[in-house]
Write a new protein. Structure first.
Length: 82
């Protein structure tokens, strides 16, 4: 009985996970001749706050970079400089 464990960073939709299960099952049926009813698959979603690569957490690596702002940009209601 094949047992497949898949870990992904972040999350996936139910439809995406359903597709993964169908594709992996079909691959084991075609390539190894396994009975599809015997194939077991577990998908584990790992929070990007709990997964690091290259010395930093994925949540930090993938965070959008904000451009530096000037004080005038920070306070849209400030009086214009004279």
């Amino acid at each position: 009985m094949p047992f497949v464990s898949i870990r992904i960073s972040g999350s996936a939709t139910k439809d995406q996970k359903s597709g993964i299960v169908a594709d992996v099952t079909q691959s084991l049926v075609q390539r190894l001749g396994k009975n599809p009813a015997a194939v077991q698959i577990v998908i584990e979603e790992v929070s990007t706050e709990n997964y690091g690569a290259g010395g930093q957490l994925l949540v930090d690596r993938d965070a959008p970079k904000t451009p530096p702002t000037t004080q005038a940009q920070e306070d849209a209601h400030a009086e214009p400089s004279r």
